[in-house]
Ligand binder design. Structure first.
Ligand SMILES: C[S@@+](CC[C@H](N)C(=O)[O-])C[C@H]1O[C@@H](n2cnc3c(N)ncnc32)[C@H](O)[C@@H]1O
Length: 190
């Protein structure tokens, strides 16, 4: 990790994105930007983002998804309607932990029984003012996207803290992997 003033820039992380296996609906929270989930799940995806500008950016790739401008802390959906909820590199854009908690509680509410939560997140150390996470993403169809995600530092966003929060909220961790600069979690609503 390179330190200049107090901005950390990660080395490029090579990340292979998997298909999201479900017959049901997928809610992607913070789904603007590169629109990773929408580009994989297409019409099954309801993508929520708090900024219309970020939705416009994701729409450049023309995924046939459903777009909602909204705050993940106050989702406009009924309870128990989604099979899968995804937060792929969006939790880092919610720098306040009370927002992360409210958004994850919202995810729990809208998931159906045994609904699945999929999180990909960057590790954000406490000791930096800003983090730039570089990802080299390979999609299931072989498409490549190289992206830099710039987020506020100081969050101490780690795999351990997120899994602890998920357990408190009522999720069972099914899979977790620490990839040093980023982590992945698969959990189930209990
Ligand atoms: C830049 S995107 C990066 C990840 C994105 N999933 C992708 O595929 O590229 C993260 C998004 O989270 C959104 N966001 C931040 N706080 C949010 C909130 N409380 N509710 C919904 N979206 C939020 C930001 O507007 C931003 O567009």
């Amino acid at each position: 990790m390179e330190e200049q003033s107090s901005t950390y820039t990660t080395p490029i992380q090579k990340i292979t994105l998997e298909q999201i296996q479900t017959e049901g609906l997928i809610l992607d929270i913070g789904g603007g930007g590169e629109g990773l989930v929408s580009r994989i799940g297409g019409t099954k995806v309801c993508a929520v983002d708090i900024r219309i500008s970020e939705i416009r950016e994701a729409q450049i790739h023309r995924p046939p998804s459903n777009w909602f401008v909204g705050d993940g802390q106050a989702l406009c959906f009924q309870k128990n309607v989604f099979d899968v909820v995804t937060l792929w590199f969006s939790l880092g854009y919610m720098s306040d932990w009370s927002i992360k908690q409210k958004v994850l509680k919202g995810a729990h509410r809208v998931l159906g029984e045994n609904g699945r939560l999929s999180i990909l997140g960057s590790r954000i150390p406490e000791s930096c003012e800003r983090l730039i996470f570089w990802g080299h993403f390979t999609f299931p169809d072989g498409t490549i996207s190289q992206i830099g995600y710039g987020v506020s530092g100081g969050q101490e966003q780690t795999l351990e803290r997120i899994t602890e929060l998920l357990s408190d909220i009522g999720f069972k961790i099914r899979f977790q992997k620490d990839n040093n600069e980023w982590f992945e979690i698969q959990a189930v609503k209990i």
